[in-house]
Design a protein around this ligand. Structure first.
Ligand SMILES: NC(=O)c1ccc[n+]([C@@H]2O[C@H](COP(=O)([O-])OP(=O)(O)OC[C@H]3O[C@@H](n4cnc5c(N)ncnc54)[C@H](O)[C@@H]3O)[C@@H](O)[C@H]2O)c1
Length: 286
């Protein structure tokens, strides 16, 4: 039996890449899908229209929506598109995101601001109206927010992007708490997949291993009943590994009414730090 029969999903930035793979997979499992994307192809046509047409040609239900999700109007119009086309919303995938890679000293204010606006502010503009509807309708729902290991463990030349993606992580953790009593489950997804930029640089075998379709299968698990009542988790997903990312503190220096001076803190370093090496972004590339 299809996993998402009768469900309505909205996916931002779904005109290509991971978002398009998510849209096709959720539609295969019976969901009606709103495909948002401001992007156009070489001939000036919205990519969202082509993805929606492909899904409909395969017998699925899909509508394209081409608003800019980083504005309040765009965010609100996305909920409206779901209601106008399919009468409800059960699943929101906040997927759209952009890069402006530069080391901090080469970065100007515009590179910083546009990244925060598209990657982080969109969490507010898109999610708030959808979350309100999920609460007020009594239907609950599932929301997946896209972060990145770059934001969680850091990556050279991406301070603007990492700041926005760490922001998504924090936003998502709070929304999981706020959504719990309304039946709204919230996940953070840190994906890795071939993108339009990297596809040409990788061998055919690696391209297959890192195809967005692998991540789409993880997304399907997250938004369907297969994951039960789970909420508040952060999952890294690629065609090579799928695993939860979780903050685990060191044992630490403790004691009742403890007031340690700096020398005592230095003397207690064996408890202050974890001894395992911290993961870096390349540790996720296998
Ligand atoms: N591909 C990876 O390995 C990887 C790794 C970590 C995180 N991510 C994140 O996953 C998400 C998808 O990545 P991808 O590789 O598929 O990217 P992509 O560039 O192929 O697709 C992103 C889509 O978002 C759309 N978009 C950008 N700004 C928009 C806006 N304001 N309103 C509506 N649509 C907008 C673009 O037109 C594009 O089609 C992004 O958030 C990205 O940061 C990807």
């Amino acid at each position: 039996m299809a996993l998402l029969e009768g469900k309505v999903a909205v996916i931002t930035g779904a005109g290509r890449g991971l978002g398009a793979a998510y849209a096709k997979r959720l539609a295969q499992e019976g969901a009606a899908v709103v495909i948002n994307d401001i992007g156009k192809d070489g001939s000036g046509k919205y990519t969202a229209e082509a993805v929606a047409a492909e899904i409909r040609a395969a017998g699925g239900r899909a509508a394209a929506q081409t608003e800019d999700i980083s504005t309040t109007e765009g965010g609100t119009s996305l909920l409206q598109a779901a209601l106008d086309n399919f009468g409800a919303i059960d699943i929101l995938v906040n997927n759209a995101g952009i890069l402006r890679d530069k080391s901090l000293l080469k970065m100007d204010e515009a590179d910083w601001d546009i990244i925060q606006k598209v990657n982080l502010k969109s969490m507010y503009t898109v999610t708030k109206p959808v979350f309100a509807w999920m609460k007020e309708s009594g239907r609950g729902g599932v929301i997946v927010n896209t972060s990145s290991v770059s934001g969680i463990v850091g990556n050279f030349g991406q301070s603007n992007y990492a700041a926005s993606k760490a922001g998504v992580w924090g936003f998502s953790n709070v929304l999981a708490l706020e959504g719990a009593k309304f039946g709204v489950r919230v996940w953070t997804l840190a994906p890795a997949a071939t993108s339009t930029l990297t596809a040409g640089l990788l061998s055919e075998d690696l391209q297959k291993q890192l195809a967005p379709e692998h991540v789409a299968e993880v997304l399907l698990y997250m938004v369907s009943e297969l994951s039960g009542k789970r909420t508040g988790h952060t999952i890294f997903a690629s065609g090579q590994s799928i695993r939860e990312l979780k903050l685990v503190p060191a044992e630490g220096l403790r004691g009742e009414g403890m007031m340690l001076d700096a020398r005592a803190i230095a003397a207690g370093e064996d408890k202050l730090y974890r001894t395992e090496a911290a993961l870096n972004v390349m540790d996720f590339a296998r």
